[in-house]
Design a binder for this molecule. Structure first.
Ligand SMILES: [Zn+2]
Length: 167
């Protein structure tokens, strides 16, 4: 039994019944994608659980704080996020699309975990136009202009830009 398990018996017996649910849990339990992970700040889940013909729908938001190192300049990033949750729990779930209604209970852990893993950026950036670290001299180009700035692109990528692709 996890902290995010909810009994929905009251909803199952009334068509179109709905109930708001507010939960908080430790963000660090939710793993990491690459170097991006959730902060120890609580992960706050605000959803409405609603009875539908096939089971219950969970709609709302999950809010938290992520930390990472910028994938270009390696500076630490701390950023809050709000992601939407909109998931169906049913007795006979479709693999990868809906979640298991277990008798009169649902476990929000799996959909929240999926939402977090999909939401965390694979290549976090401190700013969208982060200039990154010079691949030649290692200087942080956000702070200073490096002596090799005449050729800011990494020569190792030249072969890639010369490639052409047929349809
Ligand atoms: Zn950066």
């Amino acid at each position: 039994m996890t902290a995010l398990r909810c009994n929905v018996a009251d909803l199952l017996h009334h068509q179109a019944a709905r109930r708001p649910v507010h939960l908080e849990t430790d963000g660090t339990d939710f793993g990491a994608v690459g170097g991006t992970r959730l902060d120890a700040d609580p992960l706050v889940i605000d959803v409405v659980i609603e009875r539908v013909p096939d089971g219950v729908v969970v709609r709302g938001t999950v809010q938290g704080v992520m930390t990472a190192d910028c994938s270009r300049c390696l500076r630490p990033i701390t950023r809050s996020f709000t992601w939407n949750v909109n998931e169906l729990f049913e007795s006979h779930p479709l693999e990868g699309q809906t979640y298991q209604l277990e008798g009169e209970e649902i476990d929000l852990e799996l959909p929240i975990r999926d939402t977090v893993l999909l939401g965390l950026p694979l290549m976090p950036l401190c700013t969208t136009d982060c200039a990154g670290v010079c691949p030649q001299c290692g200087i942080d180009r956000n702070e200073t202009t490096c002596s090799c700035n005449n050729n800011p692109t990494d020569a190792r990528w030249d072969a890639l830009s010369a490639l052409t692709f047929d349809d």
